[in-house]
Ligand binder design. Structure first.
Ligand code: PPS
Length: 291
């Protein structure tokens, strides 16, 4: 069972989708890094756009005070997308990129602890459910209306960005090669201010109390949803069918419980449970769980 060939190619074991080419992806290993570069790395649906907005708010005063009107997608472009509108060379310093690449496909220079990476994980049941809803309105993804079938594809890594567990385990087990901060979606959800401060600290960015308050206020789900710079609603119609869903859909912890049956939950745990235990992450399945 392969994902639609129309939309996907595989490079070194990893599935890529539209908006890129094999040549672009293959060239990234030689991509020249600057020490000041910052990367947000995630498996899809783990809080990338959220972190993108937080970084734009932290790093750019104009973004924070609303004097500069630039979509986060342009301010923090995707490394693996080959978009004519974005010229990596002309990005202001420090350059910030988002990526779903696995650890072994990122620019070689990033090893040896060059550049800073923020890697965000989310509990994989919420990732899967978010991904399922996402695939219903993204024209770049294969539509699989049957959730059970989608789950099987997710579990076997037959989706864009391939296997969730390989992605997360890969980044965690190679953490020592990189200058990396690990965050979870759930900790951001539970205490956004602390997460913002952790990021500031990692980036060596000093903000006043008021500036931190402003970042936190503008990075809440409700406010981001209203912010055209952050909500990805300016996506061209050929990429996203806007009447069928939103990038900022629900923004909660534990939505998996609303869709997964007991049997599906057991099946999920059977496939991923053992390997998940080897990860140094305390998974939070419900917002009321102890962290
Ligand atoms: S993508 O397409 O891979 O870039 O998606 P990604 O941004 O990684 O993940 C999308 C999910 O993140 C939720 N989101 C947020 N949650 C809480 N607070 C804020 N501010 C926020 N911004 C984005 C978004 O709603 C998606 O999750 P679901 O569960 O589908 O709502």
């Amino acid at each position: 069972m392969e994902p639609s060939k129309e939309y996907v190619f595989k490079y070194k074991g990893f599935y890529f989708g539209a908006i890129t080419t094999l040549e672009h992806v293959a060239s990234l290993e030689d991509f020249e890094i600057k020490d000041s570069d910052i990367f947000i790395a995630t498996y899809p649906k783990s809080g990338t756009v959220w972190t993108q907005n937080i970084l734009a708010l932290i790093m750019s005063e104009g973004h924070r005070n609303g004097t500069e009107n630039m979509a986060t997608m342009d301010r923090i472009p995707w490394l693996e997308y080959d978009m004519e509108s974005v010229d990596f060379a002309t990005l202001p310093s420090p350059r910030i990129f988002a990526t779903h690449l696995p650890y072994y496909l990122v620019p070689r220079d990033m090893r040896n602890k060059r550049a800073r990476i923020i890697y965000v994980t989310r509990n994989p049941k919420d990732v899967m459910v978010s991904y399922y809803h996402f695939s219903k309105f993204m024209n770049t993804l294969k539509k699989i209306p049957d959730f059970n079938l989608f789950m099987e594809r997710f579990l076997s890594g037959k989706v864009l960005a391939s296997s969730w567990i390989d992605h997360v385990a890969g980044w965690y087990s190679h953490a020592e090669d990189f200058n990396i901060l690990f965050l979870t979606y759930e900790e951001m959800k539970k205490d956004l201010r602390s997460a913002v401060l952790k990021i500031c600290n990692f980036l060596g960015k000093k903000l006043s109390e008021e500036e931190v308050d402003s970042v936190v206020r503008q990075a809440t789900f409700e406010n981001m949803r209203k912010d055209p710079r952050a909500n990805y609603e300016n996506m061209p119609e050929e990429l996203a069918e806007k009447n069928k869903g939103k990038f900022l859909r629900k923004g909660t912890v534990g939505d998996w419980k609303n869709i997964m049956t007991v049997a599906q939950n057991e099946r999920f745990d059977k496939v991923l449970g053992e390997r998940m235990k080897t990860l140094p992450i305390k998974f939070v399945w419900d917002i009321n769980d102890e962290m």
